[in-house]
Ligand binder design. Structure first.
Ligand SMILES: C[S@@+](CC[C@H](N)C(=O)[O-])C[C@H]1O[C@@H](n2cnc3c(N)ncnc32)[C@H](O)[C@@H]1O
Length: 296
């Protein structure tokens, strides 16, 4: 009952449209029925804020610089690949504005017509362009920006593991995607195909429950992961940061795994022995981690 009240409280903080998407994402029967609309995206504080990708990158690069001496990514002339860019091409517009030669991604939810629509151009890309100019200078005007996005961005409407992607990527990125991929190993094998030793990569993985609960892991550890997934649907794969790191190592991609948020206090439930037998507290309570390499 307490859990139900806390979930209803969280829903009360969201707009009706966001509530509907959240509910839809959690109910296996409804998931993937209807795609994104411009109204959904422009009504979402998260999605309509395109400059968030620049802010995320600045924060993540600052953490990596402090921890492993990371040098900022150089997009000029680069072939950039993103796993699961989302409906507004994720890091694509930022990469192209900063001079990338191409940006490729794969996302099962991709809708090319939606991204190319006038309302997304006017209400999303136009504002984002203004913010990019303020941050990085007048590299191109809005008309040139839009035409570069058309020419240089390719997004495959499929899972990353099956997408026909070109190899020799210079930069590979993902933002809150790897925790949603079932099974993850095919995607890491695909990275091993398209990356070279000098390919720089940066993945932010969110290991929390993806609800706005007081404790970000609430509900996750009371049962083994297969039981949680069978109840809630295939929304998060419940791999922990050391599992993801192990997959990179298995596919011979040397990586640094840098926790960027550990919430060690206040887990409200009883932790099932399945978790205790396999993970220490650091692995269980790392909510956000950066999986990255090489540092320069
Ligand atoms: C939480 S969203 C993040 C989207 C985007 N990166 C962002 O930060 O806005 C997770 C994304 O992963 C995508 N996804 C799930 N499984 C995938 C797969 N196998 N390959 C590529 N993308 C996938 C989903 O369609 C969704 O767009």
């Amino acid at each position: 009952m307490k859990q139900l009240i806390s979930k209803l409280d969280q829903l009360a903080d969201l707009s009706p449209r966001e509530t509907w998407r959240l509910v839809k994402g959690r109910l296996p029967v409804l998931r993937n029925r209807a795609g994104w609309t411009a109204m959904d995206l422009l009504g979402s504080p998260k999605h309509r804020n395109g400059i968030r990708f620049a802010e995320l990158l600045m924060r993540q690069e600052a953490i990596l610089d402090r921890q492993i001496g990371w040098k900022p990514l150089d997009f000029d002339g680069a072939r950039v690949v993103e796993i699961g860019c989302g409906p507004l091409a994720g890091y694509g517009p930022l990469a192209i504005f900063r001079g990338a030669a191409s940006f490729e991604s794969a996302d099962p939810e991709w809708d090319a017509d939606l991204f190319d629509s006038e309302s997304i151009a006017r209400k999303y890309l136009y504002v984002m362009h203004a913010d990019l100019v303020a941050l990085y200078g007048e590299r191109m005007d809005f008309a040139a920006f839009r035409s570069a996005l058309r020419d240089k961005i390719t997004v495959h409407r499929s899972g990353f593991d099956t997408a026909h992607l070109k190899g020799d990527a210079d930069i590979v990125l993902s933002q809150s995607c790897l925790e949603h991929v079932f099974p993850l190993e095919g995607t890491i094998a695909k990275l091993a195909d398209i990356q070279r030793r000098k390919t720089r990569f940066l993945h932010l993985v969110d290991f929390g429950n993806h609800y706005l609960t007081e404790n970000p892991f609430e509900g996750l550890y009371e049962q083994p992961p297969d039981v949680y997934i069978s109840r809630r649907g295939k929304a998060i794969n419940l791999l922990r940061s050391n599992d993801v790191a192990a997959l990179f190592e298995k596919h011979r991609i040397p990586e640094h795994t840098v926790p960027s948020r550990i919430v060690g206090e206040g887990y409200p439930g009883a932790i099932h022995p399945w978790w205790r037998e396999r993970y220490d507290d650091r692995a269980l309570f790392t909510q956000l981690a950066l999986i990255a390499g090489p540092a320069c």
